[in-house]
Structure formats: C-alpha cells, structure tokens
Design a protein around this ligand. Structure first.
Ligand code: NAD
Length: 282
C-alpha cells in the first residue's frame, strides 16, 4: 500500500520556513484577494486569509457578487491595487464568473504583483524556465512530488488536464526537470486513449474536476499519483482518482482533501513574499 502524501504537514513545514523570513522583514508584505461569493471561492479565501495572518502577511480581501459583478468592477479593483504601493500581491480567484474574461484580467495585474503567475509576462518566463513567480497549484504539485525524494529525470510523467492555471504550468515544470511529459485532456479521453497514457505514468498528475475519472486499476504499480481535482459527491470532497484502489498500487498518492490544497495556499504566501522582494521590500 502506497504512502499517503500529507499536504497539511508539508504546508506546515513550509510555513515554518517562511515565518522566519517574514519576521526578518522591516515592513510587512501585503496580499490583496479578490474573491466571489461562491462556496468554493469563500472557502479558499478563508484559508488564504487565515494562513496569511498566521504568517504575519497583511491581507485585504474583497468579495464580489458573482451574479452582478461587471468586468469594470473587477478592473477598477485591480487598477487601484496596482497603483497602491502598500499592496505587494494580488490574487483573483478562479473560476471567474462567466461575464469576466480571465485572460483580460490576467493581463491587467501588475506582473510584479501577480502572485498566481497568470500575467503573460510571468507565463513567458515559465516557458523559459526563469519564473520567479509561478502558478501556485503547479508549484504545490511539484512540492508534493519532491517530498517523495524520487528524482524526475527521465521518468514518464502524464498530466491529465491542460488548463492555463494547472495542467499547462505543471507540464512545464515537469519538463524543466527532464521528465518525459505527456499532456492529456478531454479529447484524449474522447479518443479512448486516456487509459493507455495513464497506465504508463510513473508520475501521474490529474487536474480535471471529475470524480472517479481515473480508476485505481489504471495506476502503474509503484508510481507517484498527485490528485488536484476537487469535487463534492454526496456532501463529501473527493478528487479525480479512485483513491482507495489507486493507493493499493501507487508508491505515493496525495489525498483529497489534505493533499494539494493546503500546499497551494502556502504557495500563494511564498509568491507574496517573492513579489514583496521583487518590489524592493525588505
Ligand atoms: P479546467 O476546467 O480549466 O480544465 C479541466 C481540464 O480537464 C481541461 O484540460 C479539460 O480538457 C480536461 N477534461 C475535462 N473533461 C475531461 C475528461 N472527461 N477526461 C479527460 N480530461 C478532461 O479546470 P482547472 O481549473 O484546471 O481545475 C481542475 C480541477 O482542479 C478542478 O477540480 C479544480 O477544482 C481543481 N483545482 C484544485 C486546486 C488546488 O489547489 N487543489 C487548484 C486549482 C484547481
């Protein structure tokens, strides 16, 4: 039976390391969060605010009504935070309501304050393996993989999901580490080829948002399985991988909840500290 990767313990260790860095600063970094009034957004925001305060990072948050918010409302907030020297990091929750274009929003955030790494300038730096601020979820996935101590060079890595905020940045980070990386998505599945790709993955990262998409029987024995998916089934939060059966085959597996989620929150904090330093903060 595989080892369950404890995201909460990894997050706590990261927090401990960051605390001394924040304490050494003369000024406090400040994170500004724009969230929407959906249960998932409010829950994530709550975790962000809680961890920021625990670390001594100042936090201001604004919650917008998903049904009523206009693109101008979001843009006005971002422009105000871009112009405010007291704000070092800006995080806009995703998914955004349908009337808001996330690509347009990503270009509006000052790239030095973009703690989710979504501004095209930060995406381009990631492409050239020079990012100082990266996608929080992708960095969390790498942190969980690295916690196993297994070297990635030459490994068969398969990422299921090709979104701009998770699948694509994860695949870039895996490539940077010289894993042989395959990216699967909805069309891979439609073509009936998902199982074959998953079966040969020595490192499998799944970020889709479909419960039980990956049956445990598909997991390659002794592999590393990182489940990014968040789904609510019968009032319970579950991932995209059939956990119990997958655990029997994998060497390491991340649970949902308690895997990628808590580490992602810490990556927001790490990026806020990095953004603070990029802006000359000390
Ligand atoms: P998205 O909807 O933007 O992208 C989904 C991806 O899955 C796409 O690449 C799509 O092609 C693929 N896909 C859809 N249906 C598929 C199918 N039947 N078979 C194979 N591939 C399929 O989603 P996202 O924003 O990348 O989020 C993915 C999941 O990760 C969601 O459950 C989300 O809640 C979760 N998430 C978790 C964290 C975290 O920190 N734990 C952070 C971000 C997102």
């Amino acid at each position: 039976m595989g080892t369950v990767l404890d995201g909460k313990a990894i997050a706590a260790a990261l927090e401990e390391r960051m605390r001394s860095r924040v304490e050494a600063f003369r000024r406090r970094p400040q994170l500004a969060i724009l969230s929407f009034n959906t249960p998932a957004s409010r829950l994530f925001e709550l975790m962000q605010v809680e961890r920021a305060r625990a670390l001594g990072i100042q936090c201001r948050n604004e919650v917008l009504d998903s049904a009523r918010v206009t693109p101008e409302d979001v843009e006005r907030r971002i422009q105000a935070w871009n112009a405010d020297p007291a704000v070092h990091g800006i995080f806009v929750h995703q998914p955004m309501p349908p009337q808001i274009d996330p690509q347009r929003i990503s270009t509006m955030i000052d790239p030095q304050k973009d703690v989710e790494g979504i501004h095209p300038q930060n995406s381009a730096r990631r492409f050239f393996a020079k990012a100082r601020i990266g996608s929080c979820t992708a960095l969390a996935v790498m942190e969980l993989i690295d916690s196993t101590g297994v070297p990635l060079e030459g490994k068969e890595a398969v990422v299921v999901g090709h979104s701009e905020i998770v699948g694509r940045p994860v695949s870039m980070l895996l490539l940077d580490r010289l894993a042989t990386t395959t990216v699967c998505h909805v069309a891979t599945n439609r073509a009936g080829r998902l199982e074959a790709h998953v079966r040969r993955a020595e490192v499998l990262v799944v970020a889709v948002g479909r419960p039980r998409l990956i049956p445990g029987a598909w997991i390659r024995p002794e592999s590393i399985v990182i489940d990014v998916g968040i789904n609510v089934v019968d009032g319970k939060v579950v991932g995209d991988v059939e956990f119990e059966t997958a655990r029997d085959r994998a060497a390491y597996i991340s649970p949902v909840p308690g895997g990628v989620g808590p580490v992602t929150v810490m990556m927001v904090m790490l990026n806020t500290i990095e953004a603070f330093r990029l802006q000359g903060g000390a």
